[in-house]
Design a protein around this ligand. Sequence first.
Ligand code: GTP
Ligand code: MN
Ligand code: MN
Length: 616
Amino acid sequence: AEEAKKSLHYEEHTLKVTYGKLSHLKPKVRTFVDESARLCLPSSIHICDGSERELRNLLNVMQQAGMIEPLPKYHNCWLTRTDPGDVARVESKTFIVTKEKRDTVPAGKEGVKGTLANWMSPEDLKEEVSQRFPGCMSGRTMYVVPYSMGPVGSPLSKIGVQVTDSPYVVASMRTMTRMGGQVLTTLGEEDFVKCLHSVGCPLPLKRPLVNNWPCDPARTIVTHIPDTNEIISFGSGYGGNSLLGKKCFALRLGSTIARREGWLAEHMLILGITNPQGVKRYIAAAFPSACGKTNLAMMTPSLPGYKIECVGDDIAWMKFDEDGVLRAINPENGFFGVAPGTSMKTNPVAMSTVLSNTIFTNVAKTSDGGIFWEGLEKETPNNVSIRSWLGDEDWSTECGKPAAHPNSRFCTPASQCPIIDPDWEDAKGVPISAILFGGRRPEGVPLVYEAFDWKHGVLVGAAMRSETTAAAEHKGKAIMNDPFAMRPFFGYNFGQYLTHWLSMEGRTNRSLPKIFHVNWFRKDDKGRFIWPGFGENVRVLDWILRRVEGDDVAEESAVGLLPRPGSLDLKGLDTSTLDTHELFRLPKGFWEQEVRAIAKYFDEQVVVKSMIKLQA
Ligand code: GTP
Ligand code: MN
Ligand code: MN
């Protein structure tokens, strides 16, 4: 013990701690920090407390380094422009590390490449780490970020500690999670999720930075080790690759923990909806990335008397309470939302949320110190000039390139949302009455249908497909399977994930939430959306609520229960231009093909023996 004490003492001197105290850390945290520092060799260590003063320091550091600039049009808003090589999640470089490959990916058909998660062996991980991490923080500060997913101290919450050499990551984690000293006190001597992150640019630099944004796209790797609750990420500073509480912890590791403990970690928004009679229900909904979660969660309803309140816009952790009611919490503390398409017309709630204390990444900037992206054309004064996310001054639509990157984002505190639900931080979570699945389906898929029962609902989730967003649009209609909107986020074998979902029925004596499929994105033969979407989606939620109450407003079809003619409330909509017949039409040829495609997908990716037999 004396020896250990001496060596710790020694390291406190050699590892220059410029903020906080190593000796205040609990032994397990301390060991993790020591090991990380020994491996990455930072020049100093900063233990984050989450304070306002600390944030000011971080913003200063970043401003000096040219990583961020202020947006003086708003209060405490900042703009970051990344290296154009580091703008999105990198699915091909994201791995789940297990001893057995089968624990990560279903066996699938021989000779077919599995698309449901990438597997890496522990040996390979060791090798990849040893090629990247030794000395990777040289000349930089290593920040220690203690954080809670979910309200601090809630029985549903989980704690992580991330070490990172990116001040941008720290500032963003402060918004997206509950971060700081209080978390370590709550943690006590318990285990936590260990998150090691480096942008992979030790000093002195081997190549000049682009936009002062350190990263190493060629060697980027994002790995998850469910056996030891560890996340190791290298080379990217962006979003889901670097804010490790979000996709890596709350979804990938989260789903493995949820399976062990008998609950669900899902890529879902959570919203509260109150009808004109004052009845309030909560709904969770899974749509793939860039398919409308943030927009639905913050919707301004067009039907009079309805109220929507937001609990979360991206991730839901759902557990049964002692009465067998499925309850959900939003493990996050902020919104990391898609910027393009957001406007006062489509999402006024999001617009008013982001006008203070927000970090914008890869959006365009107006000459009066404001933000700009595709969708804000009508809301931007004519007399300002626009600088694109790539730095082109005097950007205009004529140049043929977008002003903002299609995956540009805002990172903003959830508490600022004007319609944040009063119970959004309730430790027990909110009771879920309905679960929605949906995606971008330009053809054949009706506006809404209800699953016949839980098992059918699980099939509907498993069979989810969606049109690829942004880049793929030019290649025509590329429809991709995205089961449960979780394809990029499964932490374990999808076959076992299905078994887990099916097992929910046996975990409660109460009736489970009803399951629905929605599609805001059906198009006419001229390629225009036939449903107005956004605030009008409340009409669909209204029908769903009536089904939840048991109203007889549905009729059977081949795919599920459809709204009985006339039961969808269209009052106030211009029905002369709305093709209600097309909204619900089930083209036979389309569905025969769809069923064959789904059967083939399961056959190739999951090897479905007797579990689900699909015949066209
Ligand atoms: P992630 O945050 O990446 O998981 O995506 P998300 O599911 O939160 O998607 P988001 O709500 O940000 O929507 C993405 C895009 O879809 C935006 O450009 C929106 O304008 C558009 N969108 C959202 N809802 C609707 C709708 O009801 N109709 C139409 N036509 N577009 C919509
Ligand atoms: Mn998402
Ligand atoms: Mn979103």
